[in-house]
Design a binder for this molecule. Structure first.
Ligand code: ZN
Length: 169
């Protein structure tokens, strides 16, 4: 690495430590030409999936955060933890395949809503109400209307995938 002060190509590492969040190693280096010190960071080479929020800020895609939102929407619904993990996996892989390295929070929300709308209507509406930040009752009713008309189109759709309940369950 060339020294930023004199351009010399050799240096020695005088200090090496992890950053606070443990995602990088910070190294203090000393130029063997002029003795100036400079800092380099070493990161794992990944392309983190960035989520663009409504206000334009970017933040790394966080699986746990997404899962927490889905768990909340699925509270007390007949949805197993495995199913929730599958939804999260599905959303994550769809995002990774279809998008480049950036995705809007809206895309994430829509993917989850798509998955939930096939699974459980209550969970869907709960999630939608959080994700879309319904401003008022009218907006909420609009969403319900969409849901109902979609259900009408779905008459005759195959039975739920989690199978029929056994008697006495
Ligand atoms: Zn130098």
């Amino acid at each position: 690495m060339n020294c930023p002060a004199c351009g010399h190509g050799e240096d020695k590492v005088v200090d090496s430590r992890s950053t606070k969040d443990n995602t990088a190693v910070r190294r203090r280096r000393e130029c063997l030409g002029c003795g100036k010190r400079f800092t380099t960071y070493e990161y794992i080479e990944t392309t983190p999936l960035m989520v663009i929020k409504k206000d334009g800020r970017r933040e790394p895609f966080k699986r746990d955060k997404l899962k927490a939102g889905i768990l909340k929407a699925c509270e007390k619904r007949p949805i197993s933890p495995e199913t929730i993990d599958e939804i999260v996996d599905g959303v994550e892989s769809v995002i990774q395949k279809n998008m480049r390295s950036e995705v809007t929070s809206r895309d994430v929300g829509e993917s989850v809503m798509q998955a939930l709308s096939d699974l459980d209507e209550v969970a869907y509406v709960r999630f939608a109400s959080v994700y879309r930040h319904f401003k008022d009752v009218n907006q909420f009713m609009e969403e319900l209307k969409n849901l109902i008309s979609r259900n009408e189109q779905w008459n005759g759709r195959p039975a739920r995938q989690d199978g029929p309940k056994e008697p006495g369950e």
